[in-house]
Design a protein. Sequence first.
Length: 666
Amino acid sequence: MRWTTVAVALLVVVAGAEASRSRAERQLGLNRLVNKITSPLSSSYAELKEAATNYDPTAHDDHFSDGGAAAHNLVEEIQDHHVLEQHHWFSLFNTRQREEALMLVDVLLHATDSDTFFHCAAYFREKMNEGEFIYAIYVAVTHSPVTSDLILPPLYEVTPHMFTNSEIINKAYTAKMTQTPGNFNMEFSSSKKNPETRVAYFGEDIGMNSHHVHWHMDFPFWWHGEHIDRKGELFFWAHHQLTARFDAERLSNWLSPVDELHWDRPIKDGFAPHTSYKFGGEFPTRPDNKAFDDVDGVARMSDMIITESRIRDAIAHGYIEKEDGTHVNIDDVHGIDVLGDVIESSVYSPNAAYYGALHNQAHRVLGAQADPHGKFNMPPGVMEHFETATRDPAFFRLHKYMDNIFKEHKDKLPPYTKEELLHDNIHITGVDVTELKTFFEDFENDLGNALDTTETVADVKVTAHVARLNHEPYTYNIYAHADHDETITVRVYLTPKYDENQIAYDMDDNRWGTILMDLFWVNVHAGDNNIERHSYDSTVAIPDRVSFPTLIQKAEEAVASGSELDLPASRACGHPQRLLLPKGNDYGMDFWLDVFISGGEDAVHDDLTENDHGGTHGYCGIHGQKYPDKKPMGYPFDRRIPDHRVVKVPNHFGRVVQVFHDSHHH
Ligand SMILES: [Cu+2]
């Protein structure tokens, strides 16, 4: 009797392996795997529960592209009790914890069908640390062809502790204990006495945090899989844009642009995160004017200074010295890509032993300043997680510091000449834009996953709401005369016109603060053209994420009724559409709006006029393909402009626009 049941179950598993799962079924599987991550899989998830208990990852070697090697390896590590316990914090910057998470990534990325993917995930979910599991499955879903059409549930609703103030989490617990639903107002972490609070809506925006963590999942520094195009340059560019955008937000809030960090001077701004790990206690707090301490087991401050000077030496020399002593030239358009790999540093760095890992070490050093010698057993700081790092003002200081190193390299390159910038088929005669207006609105997110689940206590609805920046949709019209039909490359930039003292920036001063608003390809015909473009078409931004409760409901309904999942696939990497337009002010903040058109030969793919390749290539490239624009990211404002006349080509049009802020919005 018993044996028959086992045999039937085996048959079901084997039969299941041959049938491919619909998108709705796979989405449902993903939702269930990441739902309530700190509790065991719900017994109502029969198939996953069964796999968690009875699936044997080492018995399916032909379902893995590596012959099951990664699965055998991980199972062995678990059997030998080498892996991190559950209910413990996880940080990607912790070397051993990262190794474990990557072992699971390895298993999942080698799974060749969805059954193997989901059964393995269910099996390891119950045996590995929850943080490692979430990181691994998010990265695997991002990169595996088996799951590439799925929607990743928003991390702020999967691991709410990383995004939500402890005060709110405590209220959520009380709500469940007393079985009273609640919707709680979340404040920013500092008081109004701290000028940095004026821009906390940017650094603490959960959509921005989500973009940042997903950027690093699309482009992991440890990535050794298929080559990712211009990964180092994208590291520079995505963070450069965060820096430029943060400075613009500061200017509209009467703050001066961010000052860079110095290893030999105190960290001016402290930070109290008001956030706790689900397991591991509170995120450490750093007071104002903390002098840097060496961090045991990570780096001495003198190491940081040496690493920096080796990189700056390389920039001055114009080459990177590889491990074998040969040179990689960086005094050209590809130099930025190499330098990005070096500074991050990623697996692509030509000589990490010599040039170190400036960015990653800096994150760790900053994160550990509250307890540099481990005397107080503090868990990692907010700087040691990509989803929490931008909350800390030190994040932007650190990135300004690295951004200035990149600038040192870009400033060494020769300025573009008029001949290089001129595209004589196009003459832009004007640019119109509808009203540009920002406002704050209330946003609600679900906290259900913050709470523990048992079969005996019912869940109650708990949500948080928080003020977030948004803007009215806008449209611009670019009027361009063409001599002949052509596909053209259009770049749209926005740059603050005045500094914090209301002194107009010189073009060469503010070009580094230029914000990419859109990058697209369009066909023009001989004669006059009106190129109309909407804010929501921008290839820089993604729309609001589908909430986790909605995602769960839609997938369950679709599977139950045997219909398709009626949600479009969408990338998780992308600047939030809401934050596309920097905040204005009551009187209208002046920005330069620059439109720069070049020829279709800058397009890397042939179909860019009708295919946006996932929508968010501006800061996130195209997944699995080449970055669509052949020109350096930020072109033509990436180089010095010693003579304004050079950029005054007919295919460039600059005008001043005002961005208003409606402080009385509803
Ligand atoms: Cu980052």
